[in-house]
Design a protein around this ligand. Structure first.
Ligand SMILES: [Zn+2]
Length: 342
């Protein structure tokens, strides 16, 4: 400019929510990690972390491919993965993700974090919640789409492992903070981030997927993203899309899992009599009776047979006919239901 200053103009063609606008300024080392569907993916790390950082962030290309293939087109001009001073583990700024400084170790320890922040480019950045009370549309989605990505790479056992860890945290959190995922009593946006809006909301998507089946679930997700990309959205908009795609009324599902606090706390036992497995199940929480399908794993040695029972009342007695006494019975062996065994 003739005065010793240099003017740089950045242009991002997609609309960007102000909460996810960022500029990173320091001395960086940078490398291209590759192109995915014509989107340049890059790593930006401190020069002294150059080799480890490029290695740690390289998985971003696999994550991008997975989400583009399964959800829909990426909204922004590029994806930069940046080592940064952030008070969070990561911050999903549109097109330029900030990861905490010690995310660089050289051991690829932050694959889950990278998947979470990249998932936000679709959910939270492009399709953005219209109200902070609906932030689960951002954080619950990023949480569950990380699990979906990890499941696609490492298999179903990894999904179960992640959900098991999350379930424990959800139950512990509920004991101290009995509140629903969409808690309209929260007025301070700094208070909407919690185990409810991350982990429990992720679990809700897991249950929705199971309720609809994989094909309908994914069709619904693609339709939802197509409809609300680069736009604002509320929970009822998401519900409407999923109802239209599935042909199912999801009102009670959304209501009990998102607007009502807690989860089923189940007390149960079984016995074998007259060629029947007799199962007695009681929901012992007082505030609400949940409706849900409950999978029961019936074990003969190592072989498991799954039966699904619909639970619609506080206490139910159910019979499963079988000519042999099972060795073991497990509730929800495949981790499709958020509940607590008493
Ligand atoms: Zn997040």
């Amino acid at each position: 400019m003739g005065n010793g200053y240099k003017l740089t103009t950045y242009h991002e063609p997609a609309p960007v929510a102000m909460k996810v606008v960022t500029i990173g300024v320091t001395k960086f080392a940078t490398r291209s990690l590759g192109m995915v569907n014509d989107i340049p993916i890059s790593a930006w790390v401190y020069p002294e972390n150059r080799l480890d950082g490029f290695n740690d962030y390289a998985v971003a290309t696999d994550v991008m491919s997975y989400f583009i293939d399964n959800i829909g087109p990426y909204a922004y001009a590029k994806l930069a993965n940046m080592q940064a001073k952030t008070q969070w583990g990561g911050l999903e700024n549109a097109g330029t993700i900030a990861y905490f400084e010690n995310s660089v170790t050289g051991n690829k320890e932050v694959e889950g974090l990278i998947a979470h922040e990249i998932a936000h480019q679709w959910f939270g950045n492009s399709a953005t919640e219209k109200s902070w009370n609906h932030v689960w549309l951002s954080e619950g989605f990023a949480t569950y789409f990380t699990i979906l990505y990890l499941e696609s790479v490492y298999g179903n056992e990894r999904r179960k492992k992640e959900l098991k860890t999350d379930k424990k945290e959800i139950i512990d959190y509920y004991k101290i903070n009995p509140s629903p995922i969409i808690d309209l009593s929260i007025k301070d946006p700094m208070k909407v981030l919690s185990k409810n809006t991350y982990e429990k909301a992720g679990w809700v998507l897991n249950m929705l997927r199971h309720k609809l089946g994989d094909e309908v679930f994914w069709n619904g997700i693609r339709q939802y993203y197509k409809t609300y990309a680069n736009s604002n959205v509320l929970t009822e908009d998401f519900r409407t899309v999923m109802e239209n795609v599935s042909g199912e009324n999801l009102e009670s599902f959304f209501n009990q899992w998102l607007f009502i606090e807690g989860h089923p706390v189940v007390k149960w036992n079984w016995k074998y009599k007259n060629e029947k497995i007799k199962i007695s199940i009681e929901q012992i929480q007082d505030h609400h009776t949940f409706n849900f399908p409950l999978e029961i794993g019936v074990f003969y040695g190592e072989t498991m047979k799954t039966e699904t029972l619909q639970i619609d009342s506080k206490s139910e007695k159910l019979d499963i006919s079988t000519d042999k006494k099972p060795d073991k019975i497990l509730l929800d062996p495949e981790s499709w239901l958020l509940f607590e065994e008493n």
